[in-house]
Design a protein around this ligand. Structure first.
Ligand SMILES: [Zn+2]
Ligand SMILES: [Zn+2]
Length: 183
């Protein structure tokens, strides 16, 4: 890092680059990283930058334990106002994002109890942007999981037993007299 930077303390530079907005947030006017968080040079290892909101927390509230995230009450990543910040784990960060809808989790189409061929949808077990994966019971008694798009598109109609039966029938039709498969 450049020596000149050390003459101005982190706290001074922090205050210079902080602007109080009408919404109550303190907006970081310095550099912003690709994830949308303000960046501030603090020196040290690597490129010596860290999140401006983290610096705000340490300057105004106290030290951040290792591995702990500084999260925003206001959902404004550029905000560095200390009382808009709180500590949380990575899990808290993910849960917070889900609750605030930042990751645009799609609403689950409810197909529970609906029949698709031999399958009856029971419950969703996973979600993704292309649709939920559902646990289904098959008429043969087995359970399987498949994507809602495959069920509704008629691509998946059984746990796999239907395909096995067709293959078995084809095998027998090649090796046995025709009347045995035309039951
Ligand atoms: Zn804020
Ligand atoms: Zn089956």
């Amino acid at each position: 890092m450049r020596l000149g930077r050390q003459r101005v303390s982190v706290a001074e530079r922090f205050n210079e680059k902080t602007q109080r907005s009408e919404t109550g947030c303190w907006l970081w006017t310095g550099a912003v990283g690709p994830s949308g968080y303000g960046r501030i040079a603090v020196g040290g290892a690597g490129n010596g930058h860290t999140g401006a909101h983290r610096v705000s927390y340490e300057l105004n509230v106290g030290p951040i334990p290792e591995g702990v995230f500084v999260l925003h009450h206001c959902d404004n990543r550029r905000c560095v106002r200390p009382d808009h910040l709180f500590l949380g784990s990575h899990q808290d960060n993910v849960r917070d994002m889900v609750e605030k809808g930042r990751n645009h989790r799609p609403a689950i189409l409810d197909i529970s109890g609906q029949r698709f061929g031999r399958l009856v949808a029971i419950e969703p077990v996973a979600t993704a942007h292309h649709g939920a994966t559902w646990r289904c019971t098959c008429d043969c008694g087995a359970e399987t999981t498949t994507r809602v798009s495959r069920l509704r598109g008629g691509i998946t109609k059984s746990c796999g037993c239907l395909k096995r039966e067709v293959l078995e029938a084809n095998r027998r039709s090649r090796s046995a007299p025709p009347h045995e498969v035309s039951r």
